[in-house]
Write a new protein. Structure first.
Length: 281
């Protein structure tokens, strides 16, 4: 029989922890207009390092796990370096000769040799599938467990688990992972983390640097966990460095039609600009 004092103590601890967590999250319902203007549903979570505040639109969704799709390339690149799957970010892997197309047009950047660096820039799926196969199921699982990435489930095939397999991660977890990468505190080698930081530079201005990666998972992939969901899932995650401060962000949206996917970057950029991440407000 569980004693009442124990139950009261446990309940108090739970309430305190929940209140403490919620207190650090600042809701921004006004961000909803940016999503509405783009005609998409989604969430954006931003950790502002200077104030230590987590800003969020749709907190419930920010805690909901989704398949990471190509945002997993950031993690996969570090596994590739530390398992010796490639020598460095410029080590070329020969094209397999399969012509990939999108919208009926050949994907020129994919239909040639690629490296971790070019594969990150052009989101070359086959390149990152190959390095995952070279790392192997056992070593990949070990790294996912050590880093505590998402739900840690790599079921579905060594070259498919982040595309249409069992791996899931929330926007909240994405930001926590990126903060550790930026600080160099992940269990990977310092060299692997530095390489990951270099190849994720998405844009750089005179006084800012943007590290980022997009991702797009089909509804068929996400439906493994949520059969009622009909839309694709689009990601945009990363961080901005400016004026000695950093803003870490993770956005995901429902993609009902192809043109919705193009809104991922624009939505995040617009909101981050209002926060001063790219310069004066």
């Amino acid at each position: 029989m569980v004693r009442l004092p124990y139950l009261l103590t446990a309940l108090f601890a739970l309430v305190l922890a929940t209140s403490s967590h919620a207190a650090g999250w600042q809701e921004h319902p006004e961000w909803g207009k940016v999503f509405a203007d783009a005609h998409v549903h989604g969430t954006l979570l931003v950790y502002e390092e200077g104030s230590g505040t987590t800003h969020v639109f749709d907190a419930a969704r920010a805690r909901k796990p989704y398949i990471p799709a190509s945002t997993f390339k950031i993690f996969n690149a570090m596994v590739a370096i530390d398992t010796g799957a490639v020598a460095d970010e410029f080590d070329p892997i020969a094209w397999d000769g399969k012509v990939r197309s999108m919208g009926g047009k050949p994907m020129v950047e994919w239909n040639r040799a690629n490296s971790l660096a070019s594969g990150m820039r052009y989101s070359t799926v086959w390149l990152y599938q190959e390095v995952a196969r070279r790392a192997g199921q056992q070593r990949m699982q070990s790294w996912v467990d050590k880093a505590g990435y998402g739900n840690r489930d790599i079921g579905g095939g060594i070259d498919r688990f982040w595309l249409d397999g069992a791996l899931r991660i929330s926007a909240e977890q994405q930001v926590a992972f990126l903060r550790r990468l930026a600080d160099g505190t992940l269990p990977f080698s310092a060299r692997a983390q530095e390489i990951a930081r270099r190849i994720t530079i998405y844009e750089a201005g005179t006084d800012y640097v943007l590290h980022a990666k997009t991702g797009w998972a089909t509804h068929g992939a996400q439906n493994n966990a949520d059969p009622a969901k009909a839309d694709d899932i689009g990601w945009y995650v990363g961080w901005v460095e400016h004026g000695g401060k950093r803003w870490f962000f993770a956005l995901n949206i429902d993609i009902a039609k192809p043109e919705d996917g193009g809104n991922r970057v624009a939505i995040a950029r617009q909101i981050l600009e209002t926060m001063g991440a790219f310069g004066s407000r």
